[in-house]
Each structure stands twice: as structure tokens, then as C-alpha cells.
Design a protein around this ligand. Structure first.
Ligand code: GLP
Length: 244
């Protein structure tokens, strides 16, 4: 779907999330949402906060799993995805903090593999992800699944691409301060979601969106794997869609 601007697109995605929450509330089920970070979902989170404040949408029965976190990373650090999620969403809605899951960037490296399996198990225990929100990096990554990631990959520790670290350098006050690794849900993890929405805004994303949608499916552009699933919707503004 292509929208005139990112505001209208974000409103539509928020409306869909609210609809799934309401449907599940009506049958006494929790709603499991997969969440993304970065600039792209900021307006979506603003709109969800508005729906909570003004339209009575409650997040009491919502369980969230974030896609990724830098590694190593302290949760209270300014650049952590924990801080990001609190600032943009969790501090402003009625979600139960026990229902929030964000990969732990503080583990010892030898603990990470078991932790990642446990992250997958928790998602399954809650019945799987109902709706997964994705952004896209300029390398074609989803979550932090950089080129080379396998379509059946699970949650794991990965090495960040050079371009991804350059794109993050402003947040960290220099590329040398950007962690070299991250913990990310895998492409296989994302694929298990019942519904997947990838959002992208502005002409800066136009060329990677063209590749993701139109290029041959390949690990060189991990987002091309999304072509394999009929559960995926691309939600774009005019700029991001301008090369299609
Ligand atoms: C980071 C995140 C991704 C996100 C990407 C795009 O790498 N780990 O989940 O999709 O950035 O960021 P932005 O939305 O700021 O363009």
C-alpha cells in the first residue's frame, strides 16, 4: 500500500494493530506484537499512544517482542532499544512491563545462544506473533538480519554491516562507538508471524525498497525473502515507493 505521507500510513498501521487487539480482547486472548526501532516506527508509536489516550485502546493484554538490540548494550544507556521503546511507547501506555521483551544486551557472550533459544520459546509459548512491524535498513536488513542471513535463521548474535554502523554513527557520536554486534530475531522468526507489515518512508529508502520488492530473492538483500510470504504487506509513502 502506498500513502501520500508517512503520517497517513502510520495511522493506518496503528488502526490495524488496534483492530487486532480488539478482536483478541473480545475472545479473551492476548495479542502478541513484534516491534521495531529506528526512525521509521516513531509516528506509528505516537499514533498508538494517541489511540490509548483518546480512543480507549488498552495494551493490558498486549505482549511485545522487540526485534533486536545492540550487543553489548546496557538497557539504561541512551542508545539502547530499551530506552527507545520506553521513550516512544511503553512509558505512555498501559502495558504491563512483565509483558515486554527486548533482547538483553548485557549477557556474557557464552550465555547468548541459550538466551536466544529461550526468546524463541517464549514467543511460541505465547502463541506466536500476531502482527510483526518491520523497518528496513539500507543494506536490506530486517531486524539486524544483514546480507548473508539465511531465510530460516532464528534469534541469534550477529555482526553488523559497515553501512549499518555508519548509519547509526550519529546516535552514538561517532562510528567507532557503534557496537559491532547485535542480538536479532531471525528471518525465520519473523516469518512465523501471522501478519507482517514492513514500513518505509522517504526517497532515502526508495532504492532498497525497489530491490526488496523487485529483485531476485537472495541473501544479498535479506528483505527480498519477504517476497516468499503472502502474509507481508509493504506500507510505503510516496518517496519510498518512487522507484517502483
Ligand atoms: C536499525 C534497526 C532496524 C530498522 C533499521 C532502519 O538497523 N535495527 O530494525 O529497521 O534500523 O532504521 P530507520 O527506521 O531509522 O531508517
Amino acid at each position: 500500500a502506498i500513502f501520500a505521507n508517512s503520517e497517513a500510513a502510520s495511522r493506518e498501521v496503528a488502526r490495524r494493530i488496534a483492530e487486532v487487539i480488539t478482536e483478541n480482547d473480545n475472545i479473551d486472548r492476548n495479542t502478541v506484537i513484534g516491534l521495531a526501532t529506528g526512525a521509521t516506527p516513531v509516528l506509528l508509536y505516537q499514533e498508538l499512544v494517541r489511540l490509548y489516550r483518546e480512543e480507549g485502546v488498552s495494551f493490558k493484554n498486549v505482549i511485545t517482542f522487540n526485534l533486536d538490540e545492540y550487543y553489548p548494550m546496557q538497557p539504561n544507556s541512551k542508545q539502547s532499544y530499551v530506552t527507545f521503546m520506553k521513550e516512544h511507547l511503553f512509558n505512555h501506555i498501559d502495558i504491563d512491563w512483565n509483558n515486554v521483551h527486548i533482547p538483553d544486551g548485557t549477557l556474557e557472550e557464552e550465555q547468548v545462544a541459550e538466551y536466544c533459544l529461550e526468546y524463541e520459546r517464549k514467543i511460541s509459548l505465547h502463541g506466536g506473533i500476531d502482527i510483526q512491524i518491520l523497518g528496513i535498513g539500507r543494506t536490506g536488513h530486517i531486524g539486524f538480519n544483514e546480507p548473508g542471513s539465511a531465510p530460516n535463521s532464528g534469534t541469534r548474535l550477529v555482526t553488523l554491516a559497515d553501512l549499518t554502523r555508519s548509519d547509526a554513527s550519529e546516535d552514538f557520536g561517532g562510528k567507532e562507538n557503534v557496537p559491532t554486534k547485535a542480538i536479532t530475531m531471525g528471518i525465520g522468526t519473523v516469518f512465523k508471524a501471522k501478519e507482517i507489515i514492513l514500513m518505509a518512508w522517504s526517497h532515502k529508502k526508495a532504492s532498497i525498497i525497489k530491490k526488496a520488492v523487485e529483485c531476485e530473492i537472495s541473501t544479498h538483500v535479506p528483505a527480498t525473502f519477504l517476497q516468499l510470504s503472502d502474509k507481508v504487506q509493504f506500507v510505503l509513502d510516496k518517496g519510498a515507493a518512487s522507484e517502483l
